[in-house]
Design a protein around this ligand. Sequence first.
Ligand code: GLA
Length: 731
Amino acid sequence: MAIKYNADTKTFALETADTSYLMKVSRYGNLLHMYYGAKIPDQDLDYLLSFQDRGFSPNPNEAGNDRTFSLDFLPQEFSTDRSGDYRTPSVEVIWGDGGTAFSGKVAGYEISPGAAEIKGMPGLQKNGKEQVDTLVIRLEDPVSRVEAKLFYTVFEEKNVIARSVILANYGTRDLRLERLMSGTVDFRDSEYDLIYFSGRHTMEREMRRISVADGIHSIGSTRGSSSHQYNPFAILCEKNCDEDKGQCWGFSLVYSGNFLMETEKDQYKQLRFQAGINPKGFSFLLEPGEEFQAPQLIMAWSGSGLTGLSHIYHRLFRENLSRSPYQKKLRPVLLNSWEAAYFDFDDEKILSIAKAAADMGVEMFVLDDGWFGKRNDDCSGLGDWTVNREKIKIGIGKMSEKIHEMGMKFGLWIEPEMISEDSELYRQHPDWCLREPGRPATRGRYQLVLDLSREDVCEYLIETINHILDQAGAEYIKWDMNRSITEAWSGLLGREHQGEVFHRYVLGLYHVMDRVILTHPDILFCGCSGGGGRYDPAMLYYQPQIWCSDNTDAINRLKIQYGTSFAYPPCTMEAHVSVCPNHQTGRSVPLHTRGVTAMGGVFGYELDPTKMTEEEKEQCREQIRFYRKYAKVIMEGDYYRLTDPYENRYFTAWESVSPDGKKALLSIVVTDKEGNDAQRYVKLKGLNPDEYYRIDGWKGKFSGRLLMNAGIPVPESLREYDSLQIGLKMV
Ligand code: GLA
């Protein structure tokens, strides 16, 4: 059993293959956090706690005259408000009388096999026969009889602990929940760096590493989606931690809405990390008998640096998250029409692009935005999910048939959560969008957001999308979401419930996805929000791949894919070859390099092949052949970041190694070049040191130990933006 309770020391121990997580019930019933890190023997860690009389650190009433006991400096599992801990709490409530004090005392616990269910939200699942157990610790506020149930699901072999919290109102009074963090971890020291992934539209998930400083540092989203600006994933690591060494702790929130991740270095140089729904814009009314569940927080620890941590998340996300059967399949090489035609097409143009794509060896054609309603530009049409007969005269079913006849699968773009004011849907249901009464609505990309907190809107969407799927005969759907939410006010909720709308929207979205995506396991769904604006584990539960970014510039993509790879495996990152000069940056990069970068993820194209020369098309055919050869290694193998694109301005390199270490693919892109340049080397990783490898196109064989320690030279003949892919095979 991975979960133990020692009644003598009142200690809970959660054990995975390599880690221990320990908690202890204090002498007054509080739940203290004792340790999270490398596996240690189950032992009383009481000696680590320091009890001292500290000025201005109040003592709980039950401590009587004991001035050495204060929650102000003790490490806690679930910090409550107004009871002596002045760091930011895990929970904040407002009682009916305006009071806010809350105190959680351990009232019991249960251990059960299997993973915890997260009600209405995605969560990790047990995979096969692996050992997965769940501990629930109940903390009761004796005065109100409100309970906080802390969930810990331990994935023993995966080295992962997934947390969640339910706040249950078993009392007789209403309460207003203002904050409920999914997880709080109190570290006794704070000499750590915080790594997070920030960005903007077309430049998502840039890796940032800062030293944890005094006070609070927070990242998060208030945009209604997990956002381009900050990803709901963060790492705390030792100062000397790098890809290959040092301790690091990962925190990944399985949530697609407003979130908060926060470090707080306190007066005693201790560090609190918290993650959960962003309290800004959140206020949930809980009547007697009601409960609220916080989304799942996935925690992992690695003692062997950042690569080790990434491998834990990659494996977990490949095996325990996605509900799509496509997760385990190789994905078709697709060509998407967006950068090929934008809104400017008719069926003849689309079919000629598709024909040229088929001729290139493309396996699936995806018709992007512009096929429905009066959608001739982005000012209108969202909500009217019937085919635009002026553009697609043959209808969508026929279009799909013709694509199938070409030997390709067919895919379609939708953006179901949105509504254009110039649409039939809006004319019929102007009240179905999020907006505040009596105020003009704020537009984003000319569009408004449907109110998914409403059951009727969700039911309508389920029916409408299912109808599109039936009509279209599509094997792939790209589900987009192209603006941030502004006025989160719903016409069907009373004023006391308006603080719930952001969260109810997310629950509504998950409900729609449950009923549309999970009922169509045969369709491959791709997530998208202006590229990677909703790149989170909850979306990956439904959609095994996500359009990584609207930025298709192969050089910018190196950083975007680098940042994305810390949490998310290549099999989740959709990446396309587009034309040059690139539409986002104006940069020109050789077609070969565009292919190499796109093969860092789920490979495809986003260009008009009718405008390509025969030579270019032949090059694409070769790319597709090459990708097919290595697709399994890229999709299922271990991913290694060999360079840091922020530190090494000369080249970016990465590598995928098959799980058995027998096959590897090394990719190098030259990002800068100087005259009479130095000879540079790249050291491989993840090979078997005691075996020999053949390198495609090279003579002889090379020991894994040699390749990992001496490396191979980056050929001097490569010019700026040139690239190289090298396949390796164990002899
Ligand atoms: C978003 C997506 C693009 C494309 C357009 C269509 O920006 O990220 O890939 O689908 O919408 O409007």
